[in-house]
Design a protein around this ligand. Structure first.
Ligand SMILES: Nc1ncnc2c1ncn2[C@@H]1O[C@H](COP(=O)(O)OP(=O)(O)OP(=O)(O)O)[C@@H](O)[C@H]1O
Ligand code: SF4
Ligand SMILES: [Mg+2]
Length: 349
């Protein structure tokens, strides 16, 4: 089963604050956007970790930190035991080769003036050791075939492809250097629903073929479930709950996860009728001024005085541990409980 192997990526207390400045000539820092604020997880060889959460909760920032497009404010990212955040030069380049990214928007992430062959082969300019010049065309043709596109289309331009095909080109480029890890930031969100499943199926096939580990980011819980071995639910820069897909989808204990799950469309009308929909009120607070204690408290119908005072750690609740069942998993809520709670009082400020 995937996910039982060694951890190839260990992320510890990852923090990214973007400074908020004022003034043009003499910039003065007046605060910080707490985009990511203490995220920890392991990624094992060949598994998929899904990260879900609403817009602005920090998902893309986590992705950029993992592939080194951004440097963290603090925290560690260990790749096979080595702290990537401290590497530079050749050592960093070698690690970056193994952690590749697939972007959300296949319409803007591909250079319209480059042929598909040049786009997919571009990573070889930085890592010529993977494909010497004479081999590149052959390698690119092979990659086109692997992602289900015709190798004959190597000289076409991005606009000559559909959205789904363009995402296949993005995936081929991500595979070019034969990475061990692919960080896919909303890889299907910009695609039609009918095409989404095809791209997800392709990613699953490639995972088996190349023993890839994925960090798969989405804002939609139903998309993530299909592909993920484990799921982390993110809210305002932190993980609210994390566990296997069965633990999260059938035994959610965090009110935020329960609210997200209650909004997932259910095709069976009988199941729909027996389900309480939790409508979250209030906006997501600004990450420049996150609430004290539990960040979800301004929208949580269960919030009590302790929630404003004490940050709930992402831990397995005691009652879960005592029960010893397979559903025990971590939740960052002081009052975590499995019962699908229904809000009967509006959230307090
Ligand atoms: N370079 C930057 N400078 C300042 N703030 C930033 C920067 N990049 C992101 N942010 C802020 O950090 C927060 C998290 O952004 P991020 O893009 O990671 O969220 P997200 O979960 O990917 O959202 P979405 O679902 O909309 O893609 C947001 O408030 C965003 O405005
Ligand atoms: S810690 Fe409090 S505010 Fe946060 S989710 Fe749990 S009950 Fe709600
Ligand atoms: Mg994003």
């Amino acid at each position: 089963m995937p996910g039982n192997g060694e951890a190839i990526l260990e992320v510890r207390d990852l923090v990214k604050h973007y400074p908020l400045t004022r003034g043009i000539l003499f910039k003065k820092q007046v605060g910080a956007v707490h985009a990511v604020d203490g995220v920890s997880f392991d990624l094992r060889r060949g598994e998929t970790l899904g990260i879900v959460g609403e817009s602005g909760c920090g998902k893309s920032t986590v992705a950029k930190l993992l592939v080194n497009l951004e440097r963290p404010t603090s925290g560690r990212i260990l790749y096979k035991g080595e702290d990537v955040t401290r590497l530079s030069g050749r050592a960093l380049k070698a690690v970056r080769r193994n952690i590749q990214m697939v972007f959300q928007d296949p319409y803007t992430s591909l250079n319209p003036r480059m042929t598909v062959g040049d786009i997919i082969g571009e990573p070889y300019d930085i890592h010529p050791e993977v494909a010497p010049k004479g081999d590149r065309r052959a390698k690119v043709r092979e990659l086109l075939d692997v992602v289900g596109l015709s190798p004959e289309h190597i000289n076409r331009y991005p606009h000559q492809f559909s959205g789904g095909q363009r995402q296949r080109i993005g995936i081929a480029r991500g595979l070019a250097l034969r990475p061990e890890i692919i960080v896919a930031d909303e890889p299907v969100s910009a695609l039609d629903v009918s095409v989404q499943a095809q791209v997800v199926n392709l990613l699953e096939r490639l995972q088996d073929e190349f023993d890839l580990a994925y960090v798969f980011i989405a804002h939609d819980l139903s998309v993530v479930r299909h592909i993920s071995d484990r799921v982390a639910v993110m809210y305002l820069g932190r993980f609210a709950e994390a566990g296997t897909d069965a633990q999260i989808y059938e035994h959610a204990t965090h009110p935020y996860t329960q609210a997200l799950l209650s909004a997932v469309p259910v095709p069976d009308p009988r199941a729909r009728a027996g389900r309480d929909r939790i409508i979250l009120t209030g906006d997501v607070p600004s990450p420049a001024h996150p609430p004290s204690g539990c960040r979800f408290r301004t929208r949580c119908w269960k919030a009590r005085e302790k929630c404003a005072r004490v940050v709930p750690p992402l831990e397995i609740p005691d009652w879960f541990l005592e029960g010893g069942g397979p559903e025990a998993h971590a939740s960052a809520c002081h009052y975590a409980e499995e019962r699908p709670a229904t809000p009967d009082v509006p959230p307090t400020e």
